[in-house]
Design a protein around this ligand. Structure first.
Ligand code: FE2
Length: 276
């Protein structure tokens, strides 16, 4: 019975570096659904000067793909979010409370410059959490700062969800990224994982990443990272919208990650406390 939630994918056509047409979108949806995912979130890039499709474009693409998927008999629920680059546009939207988020709720996906983690990021994430938002950091294994010092992921993970790319666990994005992604998972510093699918062929490495987690940590860990924790982030899957009414409780949800990484190697996956 498929039940995993994919919170990072580029299957909407013609918006960014993901799907190029509707037929490719359907092949990507089939590829991910075949791995046991029942909830597939589209997260088109929102990055100034590179990919900045307008909301109307995104909504139209989402409506079209949803219809195509229904007609094709794809057994999955489609949802909408965005991958927001940490730039001036995102900061303006944060001030205006117009950040494209999962199901228009409290949780939103973001990425930063791989070479340079913003110096005040930890503090800014804390402020966002206190304000009722829930930032979700895409592919933490990709950032040089985390590759060099894994404890940075532990600190950021107190205020934001760390969500690794499944393909990275299989080496799809490079050796350093693979080593870092695996360390994040084994140390219990990654709360969730996602496909970040850009083309149907990515299915192979996504499946390999899932198999790696299952082999290293067991099926319960896969369940936590691909179903239990993601369902706490998207409104239609859970009660995530309630986060704004329970700010402190939501923030303390990351406390299980605050122990020192240098303590004995943890063989379990961090679970976000269920929000009231
Ligand atoms: Fe992405």
């Amino acid at each position: 019975m498929p039940h995993y939630v994919d919170l990072h994918a580029h299957y909407l056509p013609g918006l960014d570096d993901g799907a190029t047409d509707r037929e490719m979108s359907l092949r990507m949806l089939r590829a991910i659904a075949a791995l046991g995912f029942s909830d597939l979130y589209a997260t088109p890039h929102q990055r100034a000067g590179m990919f900045m499709p307008a909301r109307e474009q995104i909504d139209e693409a989402f409506r079209t793909v949803s219809e195509d998927a229904r007609e094709a008999g794809i057994d999955a629920r489609l949802g909408l979010g965005a991958e927001n680059f940490w730039d001036d546009v995102l900061h303006r939207r944060l001030r205006e409370q117009t950040v494209p988020s999962y199901d228009d709720g409290a949780a939103f996906l973001f990425e930063v410059n791989p070479q340079l983690i913003p110096p005040m990021l930890e503090n800014e994430l804390f402020q966002l959490r206190v304000g009722g938002s829930l930032p979700v950091l895409a592919h933490p294994e990709r950032y040089v700062g985390i590759q060099r010092d894994i404890t940075l992921a532990e600190r950021l993970g107190r205020h934001a969800v760390m969500m690794v790319d499944l393909g990275a666990l299989d080496g799809a994005h490079g050796r350093t990224e693979m080593k870092t992604a695996r360390k994040l998972v084994l140390e219990g510093l990654s709360h969730a994982a996602a496909s970040d699918i850009h083309r149907p062929e990515d299915q192979t490495t996504v499946a390999a990443g899932m198999a790696w987690i299952r082999k290293q940590l067991g099926p319960d860990a896969l369940e936590t990272m691909l179903s239990e924790n993601p369902r706490r982030l998207c409104c239609r899957c859970s009660s995530a919208r309630r986060a704004s009414r329970s700010r402190y409780t939501a923030w303390t949800g990351a406390r299980c990650c605050t122990r020192s990484v240098s303590s004995r190697r943890r063989r379990s996956v961090c679970t976000w406390r269920r929000w009231r």
